[in-house]
Every structure is written in C-alpha cells, then in structure tokens.
Design a binder for this molecule. Structure first.
Ligand code: DGL
Length: 270
C-alpha cells in the first residue's frame, strides 16, 4: 500500500542542520523527516573538499536506504564541497542545498556593507566566490571565518562564556567595518542568534537561509515527486548521529525543543 506521506532525508556535519529542520517541519507538516548529524566527523569547516564529499555521499546513501525521496544538504560547507558531486551521482533525486544568504542580505543592507560569518571551508570555496560575483553588486561584502563556533553549538553551549568570547571576537571586525547586516552562513549559527543579537545590538540585521531552503524543498517535493494521499497525520522525525548517540540525544533534544532519541548511525556509513 502506498504510504500517505513523504520521506525527506536531511544531513549536516552535526547538530546545526536542526535549525533548518525546524523550517522544514513547518513547511511540510505531514512529511516523515530523517535527520543525520555527522557529529563523528564535525567540524567540516577545516576538512578537505574531498573528505566532505565522501562523507556527503555516505550520508546520502544511508538516507536513501531509509526511504528518503528527497535530500536536503542542511550545511553550507557540505553544499560548497559536495552538492555538485551529489547531483551528478543521484541525478534524478531532488537535492536541495544551501548557501549563505548573500542575495537577501544585499537587498536588506541600508548602508551597503554586509558581513558574512561562515566556516573557512565555505568562505574559501569557488561556490562562494561565484555567489558574490552573482549577487554582491555594489555592496561591500566583508567575511569572517569562525573556527570553534560550530564546536560550542555541538556541545549545546549557546550562552556560555566561551560562546560569548567567540561571538565577540568574530563579529567585532565586521562591525568595525560598518556591516549593518550579518549573514549567518553556517546552519549551526542560528542557534547562537540570541547571543549574537545581544552582542551586536538591535540595529544589525541577521539573515540566514533556513526558511528559504524549506520553501524550495516544498516546491520541489510538490512538483517533482508523484502525488500522494495525505491523511492529515503529523509526520515523524527520526534522528541519527555518527557521534556519541547518548550525548547526541541530550544535545539534540535541547536544540529541537522536545525529547528525542538519537540512534547510532550504522557503522557502514560512519
Ligand atoms: N553546519 C555547517 C555549515 O552550515 C557547519 C560546518 C562545519 O561542521 O564546520 O556550514
């Protein structure tokens, strides 16, 4: 019997992609969502593109083995390193990827200076250079790599002294260059948005692409996947981690906002 719902696979280098999963849940309330945190290999930001590509292929294969009909790369760094290869390999599969929100930030800035907080891997990628080429126009874009920031979110430390020290250190050069709009160019950073807001003040706009990615996913699911009977039943969420499952259960329950049980990603895919 045909299932009444959709199965969507979502992955990130770790827990950050949960910030995107929240938007996906809102956009597709009856879809079954499978999320993989590759926390056994986090951070991706300082790894080679080839390493990230290999991890992205393994995680996609796992999600397909679990029945995923569409994939969301809920990671800017993995998008830069692996989206092209994934799309070549799985050319019939809807794959939604994500990039720093340069276009909306360029539209939002009032003084023509936009700051980008992202991983070094994202900022050094050809894909990011192409994004600036396409959308920056006359706006000045200043960038800041943020080593260590992903790790504080992985530990669930969203407000502690280490998180604050790093947020102050990484936003200061951007504010000094007059950025009035900051792009949160890594899916871990929206979890730090309240702290970033405290540090940079109310006048600086913060933008990310989680909601846009969820909208794009919905559009592609609606247009590219065969129609299904929807029975109005809420979709499920299933969580896996390549890191320590017990720690992942604790951290991801906190970030997701309700108790979840995180399963160990099978060894073949870890
Ligand atoms: N969430 C990933 C991103 O959006 C973090 C990458 C990392 O693990 O360094 O870029």
């Amino acid at each position: 019997m045909a299932s009444s719902t959709r199965t969507i696979g979502v992955f990130d280098s770790g827990v950050g992609g949960l910030s995107v999963l929240q938007h996906i849940r809102a956009a597709l309330p009856d879809a079954d969502l499978i999320y993989v945190a590759d926390s056994g290999h986090v951070p991706y930001g300082d790894k080679s593109p080839l390493y990230i590509e290999a991890r992205s292929l393994a995680l996609t294969r796992f999600l397909l083995s679990q029945g995923a009909e569409a994939i969301v790369i809920a990671c800017n760094t993995a998008t830069a390193a692996a989206a092209h290869a994934l799309r070549l390999k799985f050319h019939k599969l809807p794959i939604v990827a994500m990039e720093p929100a340069v276009k909306p930030a360029v539209a939002a800035t009032r003084n023509g200076v936009v700051g980008v907080l992202a991983t070094v891997g994202t900022l050094e990628s050809a894909r990011f250079a192409a994004l600036l080429e396409k959308y920056a126009g006359n706006v000045k874009i200043v960038t800041q790599g943020c080593p260590g920031l992903v790790e504080v979110v992985e530990r669930g430390d969203l407000h502690g002294p280490e998180a604050r020290r790093l947020v102050e250190r990484y936003t200061e050069p951007l504010l000094k260059q007059d950025a009035d709009t900051l792009i949160l160019g890594c899916t871990h950073y929206p979890f730090l948005a309240p702290l970033i807001r405290e540090v940079v003040g109310a006048d600086v706009a913060l933008v990310d692409t989680g909601a846009a990615v969820a909208r794009e996913l919905k559009r592609r699911v609606d247009t590219e996947l065969p129609p299904r009977v929807v029975v109005g039943v809420a979709g499920t969420e299933t969580f896996y981690s390549s890191g320590d499952a017990e720690q992942a259960t604790r951290i991801m329950s906190g970030l997701w906002g309700k108790e979840v049980v995180v399963q160990q990603l099978p060894r073949d895919f870890s």
